[in-house]
Write a new protein. Structure first.
Length: 367
């Protein structure tokens, strides 16, 4: 049995519906090996729960991609101008007694209402939790692919450190990183990159602009790639430009120690809110708690932000195969911000994908 058929089989055994309809391109890729960006057109994977038979509904213009990569039983192409829902209903059958599983977090309202024309509200159920639970557990092959993605990301950052940053704008640094990432084999960036210097580094999700890197600045870089195998990386390092002030040292070391505390706590069987607490307590005890404004981490895989969520309310335990980030930060408006982010594989022993240095002596840049 192929890995894709195995995933389909696990999904249908975990849900109590007659038919599953998936529309998120990343989820469809996870269950078929076929990635399509449909833009505004309808893309759907239809799974009959009883037979486990799969049907891909896709724009006809993507026929060759489906032929080359999709591991599905049936192909159902629709042309521009056709009503894809008519084809969908013909494929799965009509009737209020059928139960349908959808991704409630992805299916847009207009398409949900199209389903409601044929199926009652009670018969349409979400399968998000079941899909997310499957995607949340990675195997050794996944681990290897993720390591490759992280290695490419770090190679570009090592190059930047050697190249120098003083006098360059945030955009220029971001463009440099993108070029390096692609030269090392990245298919694309997973986001950004977020390159933020000076006061801009206090914006957890700011945008790279025309601000130049100067002596005395923090330089926060949060970035990642989509690899050829479609795995995603996500890492953050914060540099200090020139000799750090005492306050810069205090802030940086608080985040560094919180990062280490979170990593130490992130082992299988530990509740995720405990991982958050262990890291957050370090920052609270240092006096900067009000400036740590987000959860400690998130899942990573084919998507940039996957389940599980490592936050203060999540009492679920880390499981073998989870891949999560640990990324504490302190963001002081008018002063600057520091974030350090590593990605971890939860196994018998926790594996840190990241090797790029983060001790304060290693992140001071003088050029």
């Amino acid at each position: 049995m192929s890995i894709f058929k195995e995933r389909v089989s696990k999904l249908v055994k975990s849900v109590n519906v007659d038919t599953v309809i998936l529309t998120d391109p990343i989820n469809i890729f996870y269950f078929t090996g076929c990635f399509i960006d449909p833009h505004e057109r309808l893309l759907a994977l239809i799974i009959d729960a009883e037979s486990e038979e799969t049907t891909m509904m896709y724009p006809a213009l993507d026929q060759e991609i489906v032929n080359d990569t999709a591991t599905v039983v049936n192909h159902l192409a629709h042309r521009d101008g056709e009503d894809p829902f008519r084809l969908l209903f013909e494929q799965i059958g009509q009737g209020q007694d059928k139960s349908i599983g959808i991704e409630g977090g992805h299916l847009i309202y207009d398409r949900y209402m199209k389903l409601r024309e044929e199926y009652s509200a009670d018969s349409i159920r979400t399968v998000d939790n079941e899909v997310n639970a499957l995607r949340g557990i990675k195997n050794e092959e996944d681990k290897e692919h993720l390591q490759e993605a992280v290695d490419i990301t770090e190679k570009a950052l090592f190059d930047l450190k050697e190249e120098g940053v003083i006098g360059k704008t945030e955009k220029e640094i971001a463009d440099y990183l993108v070029g390096k990432l692609k030269s090392y084999g990245a298919m694309d960036v997973s986001f950004g990159p977020l390159v933020l210097t000076g006061e801009n580094s206090a914006l957890p999700h700011g945008s790279s602009g025309d601000t130049e890197v100067q002596h005395g600045d923090y330089l926060l870089i949060d970035f990642g790639i989509i690899s050829e195998s479609r795995y995603v990386s996500d890492m953050t390092r914060t540099f200090i430009i020139g000799e750090p002030t005492d306050e810069q040292k205090d802030v940086y070391n608080a985040v560094y120690e919180a990062n280490l505390a979170g990593i130490e706590a992130a082992v299988h069987g530990t509740a995720m809110n405990i991982v958050d607490k262990q890291a957050r307590d370090v920052i609270n005890d240092s006096g900067y708690g009000e400036f740590f404004t987000h959860r400690i981490g998130h899942g990573l895989g084919y998507g940039l932000h996957e389940q599980p969520s490592l936050d203060s309310e999540n009492k679920e335990e880390l499981k073998m195969g989870h891949v999560v980030t640990v990324e504490p930060g302190i963001y002081q408006p008018g002063f600057g911000g520091v974030r350090i982010e590593d990605a971890l594989y939860i196994g018998e022993e926790t594996h840190n994908f990241n090797k790029f240095p983060k001790e304060i002596d290693e992140i001071i840049l003088n050029k």
